[in-house]
Design a protein around this ligand. Sequence first.
Ligand code: IVH
Length: 684
Amino acid sequence: MSENLVTRYQFLQDELKMHDQAYYDQASPLISDSEYDQLYRELLAIELAHPDWVQPDSVSQRVSGQVNQVFSPVEHGVAMLSLNNALHEDEVLAFDKRCKETLDIDLVEYACELKFDGLAISILYEKGQLTRAATRGDGAVGENVTDNIRTIHAIPKQLLGSKIPDRVEVRGEVFMRRFDFEELNKKQLLVQGKLFANPRNAAAGSLRQLDPAITAQRQLSFYAYGIGEFIPASWRPMSHDQLLDQLAQLGLPISADRCIAVGPTKVLEYFHSVAQRRKDLPFDIDGVVYKVNAYELQERLGYISRAPRFAIAHKFPPEQATTIVLSIEVQVGRTGAITPVARLVPVVVGGVTVTNATLHNEDEIVRKDIRVGDTVIVRRAGDVIPEILSHIIALRPINTAVFEMPTNCPICHSPIDRQVGEAIARCTGGLFCDAQRKQAIMHFAHRRAMNIDGLGEKIIEKLVDAKLVSTPVDLYRLTNSFSALVGLLYLNPSNSQKKDSIQDKKLIQNLLDAIEGSKKPQLGRFIFALGIRHVGETTAKDLARHFRSIHGVMDASENDLLQVRDIGPVVATSIVNYLAQAHQRELILQLLAAGVEPQVEEMSISTEAFFLGKTVVLTGTLPNLSRDDAKARLEALGAKVTGSVSAKTHYVIAGEEPGSKLEKAVELGVPILDEAALLKLLGS
Ligand code: IVH
């Protein structure tokens, strides 16, 4: 027996206990979930090799979360267990194999659902009345939070319908929607209250308040996903999915995002579809859960120590991790916006190595007090730039310095200016600043703007540094500089073989062809490409639709601009200010003179009228159109495509596996169209 292994085992026990306490009791985790999982798995591996080391108080033998003595204890009639995790597909396959072998059947039917990232709650209903609610606590004994739970609107105080059992303990997750979390943190900032690192902590912190009046002010949500004890025995249906339907009939909130999957392939299909939709959900989830559907089979599979054998949580790759800040630098954006960026010790987050994370602006750094040398929690969600959530104060080295914003632009040395009431500081160098110049050209060439394929950041950097390009119009003059380009953009300087140089010439020709091919953009894309502050893709399209020519936009007064749908004073002023600058007007005219011809889309009146000014929400996967395509075509017809369904939504376009947006649309009576109806209305 290695002494080192014993020490490591003891270290893991202590470390995990400490993190359990920080996570469950203080709602203030010190490490990311993925790092916790890693430590926990290491501990399990050691225990597997040395079963005789396992003591009853091992972290693996108990459900985490101590009982806070301030709330009175509640003994759970049926223990509240946790789920085993699968982090990789092969672990899901192994789980399915185990189920099949134990049950001696070829295919298992699973109920698949979301794994909500909140906290587990047990709610007891007696003769339909909510009589008691408790947290999970250590699994055997939880905390009595009945008064707090009663303040959550989503949780019925009285069950509905004709199938009310004498007694049922409903189990589910209390969580906070992302929007409500952000609003809460904004309010906390105003009153200098505690800021929460994520919606899960906010939900836990809000529920475990001694004063229910405080819980009542927090917007908490709830989904039920199971039951504990129940009377009479005949009340329970045969399977988990029937149970959820039955709970829904009693008035309990049940997520519509669930399905039945037969066999592991279908189960993994659900996982991938949820992973894709995850960022569109209004709340955080950290994976999906697969449960053997039939109760008879669940009972045959049974339990191991703290988890059932009939269910597993398939977790997403971690999207948070801890790392160390090496330096804080500032970057200059297209409009001169100065963004502080932290350079980090590389860390893998959600399967991607992260070396930089945005700190947004000066106020954010001050609020989060991020310093060079700090150990920080980094989050990466979907395609967005990784950001730093918080630092871990216990790990801060001595003698760290508070970050100070530079007073001059690091690129052009012009003064940095921050207007009163604005969060963003800006370089005052305008297009004299090479950083802004490069960003402006990158924006111009972007796929959603002029769509110049192959003109990426690296090439633009070289073109600007070599002074071959200083404004977008220079791109259209590059045809005359073919040989200079071959010298400049030579793609593999270490290899001077002729074959490669022919290849490089071909690439340069492709680039020049792409530039030439960009000369007939849609008017909206052209306006967007100009990079006017506050004029995003949608506003640019609105302007195009309204004025129908670039000259129309150039001649518009502030008042004319205010007539355009969704344009308010801030945007109108920004456009007027942009066009008041001689060099910007000159740029537009030069682009036109260089042969750029913005195109105006002709639309049939009836089709246009149908979607004009309407708010549309897309949900689920459309069989033929990609989401980007559908959005672009709807916007071209004057629709505003938004991400969430509300009473103001005119239409919901629903594809396959539509999720909670469809549910909401039904609830609000919003008309729902399928892809076939959409295509008809789009005239194709
Ligand atoms: S079933 C016997 N279903 O995940 C286990 N749990 O480690 C019963 N959770 O703290 C749990 N979404 O609060 C189940 N759809 C879901 C869930 C879910 C989130 C949480 C649960 C528990 C943890 C399990």
